[in-house]
Design a binder for this molecule. Structure first.
Ligand code: GCB
Length: 559
């Protein structure tokens, strides 16, 4: 799945900016231009732009509409690509349905047949979460959305809305670059999906020197330079056909997992960083380069080397920056909240209803992100209710789906309802989310060391796999201070991290620590969430809290 690019063979038109917007009934058909609309910005969530409660919290279908005209050439195929909508969407051109998007965080890409002159694009988005969607949710009486995940259910066109052209003959439709690193040899295997008569592959190094020129298939480079966080060296593969050209960046790196270490290019690495969210004031989940660049600058400032795309695939632009800045990525699919059977029954509750979509999203995620050197592991879910015996088969199918598509390690963030989880044998790396002295033993920092010691020791003894603490954190109101350290103060967050890290350091098979969360983020309104989740090390507008300085020092020393 290639990201649309502009070059001498391809046109690219950006429809971002203002759309016409309104809420619509379930049976609405866009046979004529919508009436009674108001302006709305794209890419952005509609919710942050609204001032009235009933519109901000609207549950149901909304319409985005925009007219456009482009030069139409008869040798070209035109495609519409929307990076993400929140969530399911139906897409219409000039009143005719051209496709559906079945999920909220992966691209929609379809051939379109624009007419010469004005065209009307209509996107109808449904933000309702059910047992067939991901994240999973339920609609209660009175059209109330009930969710079991801790981030705001934003709606809108969240990523770029683009139209691009491909030549009708000889188009490059997909490129897959597999890299192989042995002691003294570095090779690539390049597959190109195209009906062109000739496909030429040229590999350029970072200074533009040609290090390979020839056919696709097995490729040996005349010189090779590995990609790593310290040295994020990127090559460009230029694929050319009679009628098309596409430049795909890639890096060469090797990922391995042993029973007690995570290896990058043959050397053990300690993953240090954060679980994140796509979330910012005014934008909600709208992709914005300024926010993305600031985030990566902060990640470098604090000496982090890894993020998890909690709890859904992030915009492709973010992964491009991760490749460039040298930030490793645990790439997570949007399977969050699949624990509805907790306190109920798996079979009576959602059971296997999300399984087909869950598999499709894994396939699309891997197809989208397979060429990013920064992606070092796929996370197939966050905190599913794996203590229920019947979910074993569900996850066997999920892991089999992913294994067939990738050589990278697989995990589930927190599948360890230890000792009751039924799936700890499936992942390559165990990831645990733990909040000792926060949700349990609140305010008692002294419990962290013994409790963290207990879970890390027991898991490694029982499963003999490396462990990453993928979540630990404390809500902190920026500017609230207390001595001795009390919950919600900056001092408590600082001390909480110190205590957790002390214990992590004592377990060499604990190969990573991802603090929850990089920045404060919006959630649904609830008693324990004053203005959202405040576990950020940075505020929502990306300024440091006191604990950021503890982590900056610690991450600099950790190798
Ligand atoms: C978790 C979830 C995360 C929440 C976090 C919290 O375990 O994975 O989505 O935001 O806890 O702060 O409660």
């Amino acid at each position: 799945m290639l990201y649309p690019k502009l070059n001498e063979k391809r046109e690219l038109y950006n429809l971002n900016g203002l759309f016409r917007y309104r809420e619509v009934a379930d049976d609405y058909q866009p046979t004529s231009p919508a009436e009674g609309t108001r302006p709305i910005a794209v890419p952005a969530s509609m919710n942050e732009q609204m001032t009235e409660h009933e519109h901000r919290e609207y549950v149901g279908k909304v319409l985005y509409e925009k007219n456009f005209a482009i030069p139409v050439c008869d040798k070209c195929e035109y495609r519409l690509r929307i990076g993400a909508t929140g969530h399911r969407a139906e897409i219409f051109l000039n009143g005719e349905k051209i496709g559906d998007n079945d999920n909220g965080f992966l691209p929609f890409d379809v051939e379109i047949f624009p007419v010469a002159g004005e065209n009307r694009l209509t996107v109808i988005i449904d933000n309702r979460l059910t047992f067939e969607t991901l994240p999973v949710g339920i609609i209660r009486e009175g059209n109330k959305q009930d969710i079991r995940h801790d981030f705001y259910n934003y709606t809108g066109i969240h990523r770029d809305c683009l139209i691009y052209s491909l030549p009708k003959c000889g188009a490059i439709r997909d490129i897959t670059i597999d890299t192989f690193v042995d002691d003294d040899e570095k090779k690539l295997h390049v597959s190109v999906e195209s009906n062109a008569k000739t496909v030429r592959c040229t590999v350029l190094d970072m200074t533009g020197n040609i290090v390979y020129d020839g056919a696709s298939g097995d490729v040996s480079l005349s010189a090779s330079h590995l990609w790593s966080p310290e040295d994020p060296y990127l090559y460009t593969l230029r694929v050319t056909t009679e009628t098309d050209r596409y430049d795909q960046r890639f890096g060469i790196r090797k990922v391995e997992v042993t029973s007690d270490s995570f290896l990058l290019n043959g050397k053990p690495i300690h993953l240090k960083g954060f679980g994140m969210h796509e979330d910012a004031p005014l934008l909600g989940k709208g992709n914005c380069s300024a926010v993305n660049v600031r985030d990566f600058e902060l990640l470098k400032w604090i000496n982090a080397n890894c993020i998890r795309t909690s709890h859904y695939p992030y915009a492709e632009e973010i992964l491009d920056l991760a490749d460039e800045y040298g930030i490793l990525v645990i790439d997570e699919v949007q399977a969050v909240g699949i624990n509805w059977w907790r306190g109920g029954s798996f079979a009576e509750d959602h059971g296997y209803r999300a399984l087909p979509l869950h598999k499709r999203c894994i396939e699309k995620l891997i197809a989208r992100d397979k060429n990013h050197p920064s992606v070092i592991m796929w996370s197939l879910s966050n905190e599913p209710g794996t203590e229920e015996p019947e979910c074993r088969r569900y996850f066997e199918e999920i892991f089999a789906t992913a294994r067939a598509l990738t050589k990278l390690p697989l995990t589930v963030a927190e599948c360890t309802a230890y000792p009751d989880s039924k799936i700890e044998d499936l992942p390559d790396v165990l990831c645990i989310n733990r909040y000792f002295s926060w949700y349990t033993d609140s305010g008692e920092l002294s419990v962290i060391e013994p409790q963290m010691n207990h879970i890390l020791t027991a898991l490694h003894k029982d499963f003999n796999k490396p462990i990453i603490v993928t979540e630990f954190g404390a809500d902190t109101i920026a500017g609230f201070h207390s001595l001795p350290a009390e919950m919600f103060s900056e001092e408590y967050q600082y001390r909480y991290l110190e205590e957790n890290c002390k214990e992590i350091d004592r377990h060499p098979y604990c190969v990573g620590e991802l603090v929850w969360n990089f920045a404060d983020f919006r959630t649904k309104q609830e008693v324990r969430r004053p203005g959202g989740n405040k576990k950020g090390i940075f505020t929502r507008d990306r300024e440091p809290k006191m604990a950021a300085f503890f982590l900056k020092d610690r991450f600099a020393k950790l190798k």
